[in-house]
Design a protein around this ligand. Structure first.
Ligand code: SAM
Ligand code: SF4
Length: 463
């Protein structure tokens, strides 16, 4: 039997899916620190392995079960060495499948939905005592309150996420989010502002506000008035040290005048907006319950571009929604061309259990979905290349975030969210500097610092 120090416990968190899960995983690590767990990068050697899962498409959920197969072997190997390895499943698969996971996967000790993370430390103790625990209660407000209590030191990072909203009331007919994340809940403005101040004090210069429907955020401001996301962005931009702001993901019907005006008036708000449309066909949009038409979307794009002409738009698309015809798909291709996205994500429709579209009889064959997806992705890739190419020989303000993979290379983000690779001293990390864009890669830009910026970086490096 190996000698172990009983007090030293280690947790490995594996995150799947969206940025909300990335943020939640960080808070989970913070919460578990209070229960005596320190994070490690790999499952081997962990006392607790927690999978923070995604249920948005079938493939995402399948990955969890295959990972659980690997963890079963790890758990058995631990038991042979006299080590108790706990396995926990969190996130949207936990919420959607609940005790079904416990039934299918005997190696799982704890199943915990996203609204219950504030109870994680106590539930881990129960699981360690041999109880198989399932906790999928909805209490988003309490989850936010628990996050407010965690004040982890994240020094060294220059860009961070900040959750402001959870859940969704839109009920698009293809989507599990309203079922797994529950109703829309906004985090109080004061809590958001105080987390933003804390992050700025730690050296964070860019904040990305997160929510499944982030622009549905509503709250009472410190002035006692009712605020929307536009007003919140104004207040966040006033915090010293908060130089850059972004928010994701937005719904068309919650894009109000104040928020559009923020794109014109708030310098810190970066010229980038992820505004999914899913389909270019009115018939499909109605069947998806998106609550707007193609023309509504295009009008909104015009308004946003009038407020911020250099804005880069990003989208999401689903191909092969039930009943989608060749004509509907052609309308999707044409909206992509008409909008001119800087980038976009595209997915094959994946029937999700419990959603209205899943039971429709007119499902599109997988071969047609695959063929449409390939055509759409070609068009999106060409648009992205054209957008990136249009940056060449121009100067962009880049926030340097980390060292690159190659020695002497540093990577940052342009205002339009593209990664920018530059040969420079690591001392530029944390700085926002003008970079001349020289060349374009598959998904990123390559640039150079001006002589003056180089000299400044060198002086800072030797200071
Ligand atoms: N709230 C955002 C909105 O309304 O656009 C989207 C959030 S969802 C987590 C992210 C993306 O996953 C969606 O925009 C959609 O394109 C995709 N998605 C959601 N359900 C899907 C499904 N059943 N099949 C394929 N893609 C799906
Ligand atoms: Fe899902 Fe977004 Fe529709 Fe809500 S608005 S149901 S999160 S796709």
């Amino acid at each position: 039997m190996k000698t172990r120090i009983p007090e030293l416990k280690r947790v490995h968190v594996k995150t799947y899916g969206c940025q909300m899960n990335v943020y939640d995983s960080e808070r989970i690590v913070d919460a578990l620190a209070s229960a005596g767990y320190a994070p490690i990068d790999q499952p081997e050697g962990a006392d607790l392995v927690l999978l923070n899962t995604c249920h948005i498409r079938e493939k995402a959920a399948e990955k969890v079960y295959s990972e659980l197969g690997r963890l079963r072997r790890l758990k058995e190997a631990g038991a042979r060495d006299g080590q108790q390895v706990l396995v926990a499943v969190a996130g949207c698969v936990a919420q959607a499948e609940g005790s079904e996971i416990i039934r299918r996967a005997p190696q799982v000790d704890l199943v915990i939905g996203p609204q219950a993370y504030q109870r994680l430390p106590e539930l881990i103790v129960e699981a360690a005592a041999g109880k198989r625990v399932v906790e999928t209660e909805f209490a988003a407000a309490e989850k936010f309150a628990a996050f407010d209590r965690t004040a982890a030191d994240r020094s060294g990072r220059v860009a961070a996420f900040l959750t402001v909203q959870e859940g969704c009331d839109k009920f698009c007919t293809f989507c599990v989010v309203p079922y797994t994340r529950g109703a829309e809940v906004s985090r109080p403005a004061e809590a958001i502002l105080s987390e933003a101040r804390r992050r700025a004090a730690e050296g964070v210069r860019e904040l990305t506000l997160l929510g499944q429907n982030v622009n549905a955020w509503r709250g009472k401001g410190p002035d006692g008035r009712s605020w929307g996301l536009g007003r919140l962005l104004v207040a966040l931009a006033e915090i010293p040290g908060v130089d850059r702001l972004r928010y994701t993901t937005s719904h068309v019907s919650d894009m109000d005048e104040e928020l559009i005006a923020a794109h014109r008036d708030v310098d810190a708000l970066m010229p980038y907006l992820h505004l999914p449309v899913q389909s270019g066909s009115d018939r499909v949009l109605a069947a998806m319950n998106r609550r707007h038409s193609r023309a509504d979307y295009l009008r909104l794009v015009d308004k946003i571009r009038a407020a911020r002409p250099d804005i880069a738009l990003a989208g999401d698309f689903i191909v092969g929604f039930p009943g989608e015809t060749d004509e509907d798909f052609a309308a999707t291709l044409s909206i992509v061309a008409e909008v001119g996205y800087a980038s976009a994500f595209s997915f094959r429709y994946s029937p999700r259990p419990g959603t209205p579209a899943a039971t429709r009889a007119d499902q599109v064959p997988e071969t047609i979905k695959a063929e449409r997806l390939a055509r759409l992705q070609d068009l999106i890739d060409a648009g992205q290349r054209a957008f990136n190419q249009s940056r060449v020989d121009r100067v962009a303000e880049v926030l340097f975030e980390r060292k690159g993979r190659h020695p002497g290379q540093v990577v940052g983000r342009s205002p339009w969210l593209s990664p920018v690779h530059v040969e420079a001293e690591a001392s530029v990390i944390g700085a926002i500097m003008p970079v001349r864009i020289d060349a374009v890669g598959a998904n990123s830009l390559f640039g150079s610092l001006s002589g003056q910026a180089r000299r400044r970086a060198a002086v800072e490096a030797t200071a």
